[in-house]
Design a protein around this ligand. Structure first.
Ligand code: PLP
Length: 375
C-alpha cells in the first residue's frame, strides 16, 4: 500500500544526510565525552562543534545552548527554574499551549502556590496582547510563557511585540519555539526573548534530543544531579550521535529554508483550493493571515458522527494526519486548543490537522481528498 504522511507537526522524516551523520558518529565517535583520553576528547569535540553550529544558525552564543532530551524536558526545566531560581510569583500563559507547557504550569502553579493567569484567545487563535500588557503593568515578578507557532492550528505569535512588552515591564519571557526552530529564521541575539526550546525530530532530525536556549546572564540551577555534563546543569552522558544528528538537521533546514518554505507554502495553498473545490465551504481553523506555512487545520462540512472515524478511515488507506496534537490522536476528547477557539457546534465537526514538509507533493493532497470523498 502506498502511504501518505501529512503529519509533519507531530514528527518529521529524517533527511538521509542526518541518518548518515548519526551512523558515522555511532560507529566512529563512541568515546564517552567525559573521558579525558583521545576517544573521549574526540566525542567531546563532536558535541562542541554541534553546539557552535546550532548557535551560529540561530544567532546566539554556543554557551546559551544546553542539550536536553527534547522540548518537554526543556519546557519543564525553564518553567521550574523561573519559579525556583528567578522567584517569579506569577505565570502568564494561555490554554492553547502544548501540554508540555500547560500541564507543567498547572502542576507547578499548584505546588508552589503561584498565580497563573490565562490570556484570552480570539477565535482565530491569536493571543490578547492588550490583556497581557494590563497584567504586566501590575508589576508582579512574572514569567510569560507563550508559544511561537501553535502546533495544532499554526497561529503565529509576534515574538518581538511580546518580548518588548516583557522587557518594558521586567518580566521573563519564555517561548515554546518547537514548531518554528528550523522552519523560520531566528536571530536570538536581537530577539527580546530569554528562553526558547527546540526538538530535533520536528526538523528532520532524531527523536529524544533537543535543547534549551537560555540567554547569557540567566543562571539556572540543574533539574537533576549526578554529573558535570553541560556544565553540571543538565547531567547525564550525552547522546553524542543525536546531538550531531540534530546539528546536521538544523544546518540543512537553514541552508534549504527559502526554497523549502515557498514549496511547502505552495502545497498548503493547493490543499485549501482543492479542499474547497471538493467540499464547498471549508473553514480554516486559526488565522488566515497569520497562519504558519506548514500547518493547515480545517473543519470539514461533514456530519458530526463521522468526526471520530475519519482518522481511522484515512489510516486504513495509509494516510497519516492528525486531529489535534499527536498525543491526542485516537482519543475521543476534543482538542484543548480547538475547544478554546471554536463554538461548541464546530468543535464536534471533523477538524483535521494537515501538516506538510518538503517530502510531500500535490499528489499526496489529491490522494487525501479522494479518500475524504469516500468517507
Ligand atoms: N511543544 C510543542 C509545540 C510541540 O509540538 C511538541 C511536540 O509535540 C513539544 C513541545 C514536545 O516536544 P518533545 O517531543 O521534544 O518532547
Amino acid at each position: 500500500m502506498n502511504t501518505v504522511y501529512l503529519d509533519n507537526a507531530a514528527t518529521t522524516q529524517l533527511r538521509p544526510e542526518v541518518v548518515a551523520e548519526i551512523a558515522k558518529v555511532l560507529s566512529e565517535d563512541f568515546g564517552n565525552p567525559s573521558s579525558t583520553h583521545s576517544f573521549g576528547r574526540h566525542a567531546k569535540g563532536v558535541i562542541e562543534t554541534a553546539r557552535k553550529s546550532i548557535a551560529s544558525n540561530l544567532g546566539c552564543l554556543a554557551q546559551e545552548i544546553v542539550f536536553t532530551s527534547g522540548a518537554t524536558e526543556a519546557n519543564n526545566w525553564i518553567i521550574k527554574s523561573a519559579i525556583s531560581d528567578f522567584k517569579v510569583e506569577r505565570i502568564i500563559t494561555t490554554k492553547i499551549e502544548h501540554h508540555a507547557v500547560l500541564e507543567t504550569v498547572e502542576h507547578l502553579g499548584r505546588e508552589f502556590s503561584i498565580d497563573v493567569q490565562f490570556l484570552n484567545i480570539a477565535n482565530n487563535g491569536e493571543v490578547d496582547l492588550s490583556q497581557l500588557e494590563a497584567l504586566l503593568a501590575e508589576n508582579v515578578p512574572t514569567l510569560v510563557t507563550l508559544m511561537h507557532v501553535n502546533n495544532e492550528v499554526g497561529t503565529v505569535l509576534d515574538l518581538v511585540k511580546v518580548g518588548n512588552l516583557c522587557r518594558q515591564y521586567n518580566a521573563y519571557f519564555h517561548s515554546d519555539t518547537v514548531q518554528s526552530i528550523g522552519k523560520a529564521e531566528f536571530d536570538l541575539k536581537q530577539l527580546p526573548i530569554d528562553f526558547a526550546v527546540a526538538s530535533a525530530h520536528k526538523f528532520h532530525g532524531p527523536k529524544g534530543i533537543g535543547f534549551a536556549y537560555i540567554r547569557k546572564g540567566l543562571i539556572v540551577n540543574p533539574m537533576m544531579f549526578g554529573g558535570e555534563q553541560e556544565k553540571g546543569i543538565r547531567p547525564g552522558t550525552e547522546g553524542v550521535h543525536n546531538i550531531a544528528g540534530m546539528a546536521k538537521a538544523l544546518e540543512l533546514s537553514y541552508s534549504n529554508l527559502s526554497d523549502e518554505r515557498s514549496y511547502i507554502a505552495g502545497l498548503k495553498a493547493y490543499a485549501v483550493t482543492s479542499l474547497t473545490k471538493a467540499f464547498g465551504e471549508i473553514k480554516v481553523n486559526g488565522s488566515a493571515e497569520n497562519g504558519f506555512y506548514n500547518i493547515l487545520n480545517v473543519c470539514l462540512p461533514m456530519e458530526e458522527q463521522k468526526a471520530l472515524m475519519i482518522l481511522f478511515n484515512l489510516d486504513m488507506r495509509g494516510i497519516a494526519l492528525s486531529r489535534g496534537s499527536a498525543c491526542q490522536s485516537g482519543s475521543a476528547k476534543p482538542s484543548h486548543v480547538l475547544a478554546e477557539m471554536l463554538a461548541d457546534e464546530d468543535i464536534r465537526k471533523p477538524s483535521l490537522r494537515i501538516s506538510f514538509s518538503h517530502y510531500n507533493s500535490k499528489a499526496d493532497i489529491d490522494v487525501l481528498i479522494e479518500a475524504l470523498k469516500t468517507i
